[in-house]
Write a protein that binds this ligand. Structure first.
Ligand SMILES: [Mn+2]
Length: 333
C-alpha cells in the first residue's frame, strides 16, 4: 500500500483530543506488544484520558509483572461491545495487519473511532486512518518513545520507562539484533535513568522459565537437524513433545534463536505442531540479508527480514517440514 506517515505532533494532538482510547496489539503478544501498549496506556493516564488495553490472548507470564499489565483485558464480544461503541480512538501497536487481532478485526473495522497504527513490520496493510511506521527501527517501543518526544509536555515516569525497556530489550534480543543502534542505546540510557533496572528486568523477563519448558528446550535441541550444507538449522517439535513435557507452542518463544548460535548457520527454523489438528507454526530467524519474511509470506505469515513467522495447515509434521524446507531453498537459489 501507499501509506504516508502522519506527523508525530499531529498524532499527539489526536491522542490528546480523544476521551476513550482502546489500545491493542497482535495475537500471541510479545514484549514489544505488551510494553508498547502499556507505555501508551501510562501516557494516557498522565494526560487524564481513559484508555483500556484489550488483546485476544493472555499476557505472557513473564510480562505480567509490568505495572498496568493486570488491567489488560482479553477481548470478549459481549463485554467490550459498549467500550467499542463509545471509544473515539483505537491505537494499534506492533502490528500492521488487522488480521493479527483475530476476533477483534470486525469490531475494530466497524468502530467509528479513528485508528492509529504504530509499527515496525514490513508491508503495512491499508486499514487505519493514521500511520506511524518505520521498518528500520528495532522495536515499536522505540517509535512510541519518538512519539512521546514530540510532546513538549511529556514527562517520563518509571511505569513508562519499564514498559518501553521491556519492549526494546525483547525486540532487540538483548540489544544484538541488526536494527539495534546508538539511538536505541540512547533511549535505553534515559529509561534506566528514569528507574528501569536492567538486572531486575532481565531477571523478570528472561529467568522465569518453568522446569518443564527447559526440558522441552532439551528435546528441541536434541531434535535439531542441519540442512543445506549446514547453513540451515531445523528445530521441530511435535505434539507428543509438548504432551510429554506438559507444555505448548507458546512456551517456545526464545527457542529458535539457539539455532543461530551454531557456527555456519544463517537460517533457523522452528516448526511446532499446534494443538488444533493440522495446524503448524513456523518461526524463522536469519542473519545477513537472508529474507525470511519473504518465505513466511508464501504461507500467509510475515514479519521482518531476519525474524518472521506464520501459522499454516498441513496433514502432518513431516509434510509441514517438507513444505518449509522447500520454501527455504528459495533463499539459496
Ligand atoms: Mn515488535
Amino acid at each position: 500500500m501507499n501509506y504516508s506517515n502522519t506527523l508525530q505532533t499531529d498524532l499527539i494532538k489526536i491522542i490528546k483530543k480523544s476521551q476513550n482510547i482502546i489500545i491493542t496489539s497482535h495475537t500471541n503478544p510479545d514484549g514489544d506488544a505488551i510494553g508498547s501498549m502499556l507505555a501508551v496506556h501510562h501516557y494516557c493516564n498522565l494526560l487524564g484520558i481513559n484508555s483500556q488495553c484489550i488483546i485476544v490472548d493472555n499476557v505472557p507470564k513473564n510480562l505480567q509483572f509490568l505495572n498496568g499489565a493486570e488491567k489488560i483485558e482479553v477481548y470478549n464480544k459481549q463485554r467490550h461491545k459498549q467500550l467499542f461503541s463509545k471509544s473515539d480512538l483505537i491505537v494499534l501497536v506492533d502490528l500492521n495487519d488487522i488480521a493479527r487481532v483475530r476476533d477483534m478485526e470486525v469490531p475494530i473495522k466497524e468502530s467509528k473511532a479513528y485508528k492509529i497504527v504504530i509499527d515496525h513490520h514490513i508491508n503495512p496493510k491499508d486499514f487505519a486512518d493514521y500511520y506511524f511506521v518505520n521498518n528500520n527501527i528495532a522495536a515499536t517501543g522505540e517509535l512510541i518513545w519518538q512519539l512521546f518526544m514530540s510532546d513538549p509536555d511529556f514527562k517520563l515516569n518509571r511505569n513508562i520507562a519499564e514498559a518501553l525497556y521491556a519492549a526494546i530489550v525483547t525486540d532487540t534480543g538483548n540489544f544484538h539484533y541488526p536494527r539495534t543502534t546508538a539511538k536505541t542505546h540512547n533511549i535505553i540510557s534515559q529509561l534506566i535513568e528514569a528507574g528501569a533496572d536492567p538486572t531486575e528486568l532481565y531477571e523478570k523477563i528472561y529467568n522465569q522459565s518453568s522446569f518443564n519448558v527447559i526440558k522441552l528446550l532439551g528435546i528441541a535441541l536434541s531434535n535439531l537437524k542441519l540442512l543445506y550444507n549446514g547453513r540451515v538449522c531445523l528445530m521441530p517439535l511435535s505434539s507428543v513433545d509438548f504432551r510429554n513435557t506438559h507444555t505448548s507452542f507458546r512456551d517456545t518463544e526464545f527457542f529458535v534463536e539457539r539455532t543461530l548460535s551454531i557456527e555456519g548457520v544463517s537460517v533457523g527454523i522452528l516448526i511446532t505442531e499446534v494443538l488444533e489438528k493440522g495446524q503448524f507454526k513456523v518461526s524463522l530467524r536469519s542473519k545477513e540479508d537472508y529474507n525470511v519474511a519473504s518465505i513466511a509470506q508464501f504461507i500467509g505469515g510475515g514479519g521482518h527480514i531476519n525474524a518472521a513467522g506464520a501459522t499454516f495447515q498441513s496433514s502432518d509434521l513431516n509434510s509441514a517440514i517438507e513444505t518449509i524446507i522447500r520454501l527455504i531453498g528459495k533463499l539459496f537459489e
